[in-house]
Design a protein around this ligand. Sequence first.
Ligand code: NAP
Ligand code: ZN
Ligand code: ZN
Length: 351
Amino acid sequence: MTAAFGYASQTAASPLAPFSFERRPPGPHDVQIDILYCGVCHSDLHQVRNEWHNTVYPCVPGHEIVGKVATVGDQIRKFKVGDTAAIGCLVDSCRECPSCREHLEQFCEKGPILTYNSPEKQTGGTTYGGYSNMIVADEDFVLHVPQNLNLAAVAPLLCAGITTYSPLRRWNVSKGQKVGIVGLGGLGHMAVKFANAFGANVVLFTTSPGKSKDAKRLGAHEVVVSRNEEEMQAHARSFDFIIDTVSAQHDLNAYLNLLKRDGTMVLVGVPEQPLPVASFSLIFQRRQLVGSLIGGLAETQEMLDFCGKHGITSDIEKINIRQINEAYDRLLKSDVKYRFVIDMASLQQAA
Ligand code: NAP
Ligand code: ZN
Ligand code: ZN
């Protein structure tokens, strides 16, 4: 085993704090990556505070990982030492079930192995994520990073990027469609960028009027303050597609009623409590309410390549790992512009 160092929470109520642990030695198909940057996803916060009621402690979160390959197993074909590489939310799956065969590893029927808080086959332990100095993973779950992009700003693409790119692709969002994005946080700001890049007419719904100017700079054509009933009503029955990225309790029906006939709303946000849906919101215009979970490995690479081609990255606030608990407090106040990224060099100073 190899000594590793990171930040973990020990209970749902404790702040993240320095934590020493061990990683498996790289097997023949593994790469070991020295982590340079790790994005801070709201899922990290939900997980360390046990809001989804399944957290295994200690919990080292982090699934928006960019780094340099430090060691390669002897069967490795895709990477060499020194390459820039990335890891998102998945580090393994069964590879055999219908979903895995269709490159939808996130829906693996034996259970996808997530980058943190999943059982790790090789050690019998629990996976630990990217708030750490290094990570070991099978090369099939490691991604190539386009060389022209800022590495810190690439990190959030590994979750916020693919989670919004995938549903926009699956539901064929394209030129001329009217698309709503609910919430301008990590996922929301990437959804705005991608929907704009795909040619849609993009409307951003926010509870933070102060974000309007940024939303337009990021690619929204119009901004609606969702607490303003009149502004909402002006858009009734007009949307082809809406992505809801909100991390907390809110009224889904207010957005469903903005879909036109046969319109689709996709939920990607995962608030702690269930969200009530009124049948009337769906039946009258034959509307569809669907969900979407990150993306498979092939689509994640496609998304990274698309970002390389179009010069798309995340708008980030780089932080020292010692600021992580403060960053979580700010996430809860919707005060992030628009993704925190931990500069992992700061881990050495925290050691
Ligand atoms: P985030 O950066 O904190 O953004 C969430 C945004 O939601 C906030 O910036 C805010 O935008 C809005 N919001 C917050 N509280 C609200 C409230 N009470 N009512 C209305 N709007 C509110 O979070 P994130 O990292 O983008 O993650 C968003 C959600 O997606 C989380 O629940 C996360 O776990 C989930 N997630 C799901 C997947 C998946 O595969 N499905 C992947 C990653 C994350 P405004 O200030 O603009 O209103
Ligand atoms: Zn995430
Ligand atoms: Zn599978």
